[in-house]
Structure formats: structure tokens, C-alpha cells
Design a protein around this ligand. Structure first.
Ligand code: CP
Length: 308
């Protein structure tokens, strides 16, 4: 297989292991490219891509923009905070106006789950979901599993725990789907109030004890508490969360084994993860960021081949 099955990347749920394998093989080639003195290829020279961000982002937006520029695409950036969305324009009108300027692909982050799926029913351009509310963040899960493959040789058979605010996390859901499709065993760990009830129906393990969860796993992906999505209190205080679920060096040392530490960012140092863990030799957090560019180049390149 040398093509993805869909012209959009809306979620990991829609991919199969073959699609993910193709994305990884393509990313391997682009990782070689971005480590050369000349980091640019002409693959998307005639393609125009709009990065349409209705929510804040550092890593995802910059990583997509760099991936697009490395592929020689023309790039425009849209941020809702400085746009006519503030004057009442709808999502579909905004995107149709961007497309009228002869844009071929939309990379979109939106606070509403399903926003890119809605768009895909109304426009012809390729759509890449760069995070839709608490639903999915497919490129993050692809770069995370690619980073596991890079550090451990394979994803299949690995035990991965996702620790933290699972309830509000699009990273968690996309990672669960990707890890399962690639044959990993998955556990989530956090306070009962931050683990949605439906999650055990996905065939994964659930723990409320971080030491027990870390003792089980080969790899821990640690998530931040998404206070911006929490309208009510799910735990008494950040200090208490940190005491019971924060990952620090003393906790890791007490396990008597080494585990790989991941985090999608942004990190809240001293809350869900201590600095000595985030910056330790077992942390692959910055490798994840580096791999994000190659993974996003691969996705854009493969979707451009499916252009209508
Ligand atoms: N990991 C991630 O999505 O980070 P940003 O919100 O900075 O894009």
C-alpha cells in the first residue's frame, strides 16, 4: 500500500495499522531529510495550506508550519483571536472564505469535538485535525507512537500507561486508539473523577494508584491537568493532585526499574511531573517534539497525494 485510505486525517479511529505503518515509513524518510544540511524538499511546491487555529497552541502550530515549509508548500496562518470570527462569522463561512483564496488543505484546531468532521462534510479540501476539544489529537498520537517505536524498536507488546487528566484529554483518546492498533497494552491512571466511565469499555486497564501503574508499565505518558476545560472542581487542589499523582524522581527510584517518560506538552513542572523527571535521561519529551515535524510532513505529503 502506498496511499492512505482517506483524504482527511480526522482521527486515529479512522486509521488501520497499515495506514499508520505507511505514515511511519514516510516519516522515516522525512526524518532523514530534516537532519540534512539542506532540510527542504519540493514535494508540496504547488500546494497551499491554511493553519486555522481556534485554540491556543505552541508545538502543534509551529510543527505544522515547519513541516509545510520543509515540504515547500505555501502557508497561511489564521488565529481566531485576531479574526472576523469575533464579529460573528460561522466556522463554515470562515473556512469557505479561506478556501476561496485557492487553498488546498486545512489544518484545524477547534475547541468543539467533531468540528473537523463537520467541515469534512461541507468542503472539498483535505482536512487535518490538529485537536478537536476533548475528542482526538491524531498527529500527537502518531508522533507519540512513532517515538515509542524509535526508542523501543516496536510498539507491539509494550505496556504504556497514560497518567493524568484523561477526562479532558484528546491526547489520551488518540493514544489509546493508536497504541491498541499497533498491539500495545494500555492502562490509564488518575483520580476517579478524571477518568471517564466509558474508558474501560475500550478494553484498557484502569488504575487509581500511580505507583502501581508505573510498576506495571514500560512507558509512562504523563498528561497535564486541563484546568481551562474544568468548570467544576474534580480534585481538592493542584497541591493534592501533585502529592498523589505527580511523577517525581523519588517515585521512579522506588520502582527498582527504568521506564521511558513521555509528555505531549505543555508541561506544568512541579504539578504532574518534576523537573528532574522531565529532564532525565529516560525522558523522550523533546524527541517527541522533533519527531512531530517528520510525522506531520508525512501526513501532509500522503494527503496531498489524495487531493480531489
Ligand atoms: N501537544 C500539544 O498539542 O501542544 P500545543 O497545545 O502547544 O500544540
Amino acid at each position: 500500500m502506498s496511499q492512505l485510505r482517506s483524504k482527511h486525517l480526522l482521527g486515529i479511529k479512522d486509521l488501520n495499522a497499515e495506514d499508520i505503518g505507511l505514515i511511519f515509513e514516510t516519516a522515516d524518510n522525512f526524518k532523514d531529510v530534516i537532519n540534512r544540511p539542506i532540510k527542504k524538499v519540493p514535494s508540496l511546491r504547488d500546494i497551499t495550506i491554511a493553519n486555522v487555529f481556534f485554540e491556543n497552541s505552541t508545538r502543534t502550530r509551529l510543527s505544522f508550519e515547519l513541516a509545510e515549509k520543509r515540504l515547500s508548500a505555501d502557508v497561511i496562518n489564521f488565529s481566531s483571536s485576531s479574526s472576523s470570527v469575533k464579529k460573528g462569522e460561522t466556522l463554515l463561512d470562515t473556512v469557505n472564505n479561506i478556501l476561496a483564496m485557492k487553498v488546498d488543505m486545512i489544518v484545524m484546531r477547534h475547541a468543539s469535538p467533531g468540528a473537523p468532521h463537520f467541515l469534512s462534510k461541507h468542503i472539498d479540501a483535505n482536512i487535518v485535525n490538529a485537536g478537536d476539544g476533548t475528542h482526538e489529537h491524531p498527529t500527537q498520537a502518531l508522533l507519540d507512537t512513532y517515538s515509542i517505536r524509535e526508542s523501543h524498536g516496536d510498539v507491539s507488546g509494550k505496556k504504556v500507561v497514560i497518567v493524568g487528566d484523561i477526562l479532558h484529554s484528546r491526547v489520551a483518546l488518540s493514544n489509546i486508539f493508536a497504541l491498541q492498533k499497533l498491539g500495545a497494552e494500555v492502562m490509564v491512571c488518575g483520580p476517579p473523577t478524571l477518568i471517564p466511565k466509558f474508558i474501560s469499555g475500550l478494553g484498557i486497564k484502569v488504575s487509581h494508584h500511580v505507583k502501581e501503574a508505573l510498576a506495571w508499565c514500560d512507558i509512562a505518558n504523563i498528561l497535564r491537568i486541563q484546568l481551562e476545560r474544568q468548570q467544576i472542581k474534580y480534585f481538592p487542589s493542584l497541591r493534592e493532585y501533585s502529592l498523589y499523582y505527580g511523577v517525581d524522581k523519588a517515585l521512579l527510584d522506588s520502582l527498582g526499574k527504568e521506564i521511558t517518560i513521555m509528555h505531549p506538552g505543555p508541561i506544568n513542572r512541579g504539578v504532574e511531573i518534576s523537573s528532574d523527571v522531565a529532564d532525565s535521561e529516560h525522558s523522550i519529551i523533546l524527541n517527541q517534539v522533533e519527531n512531530g515535524v517528520a510525522i506531520r510532513m508525512a501526513i501532509l505529503y500522503l494527503l496531498a497525494a489524495k487531493k480531489a
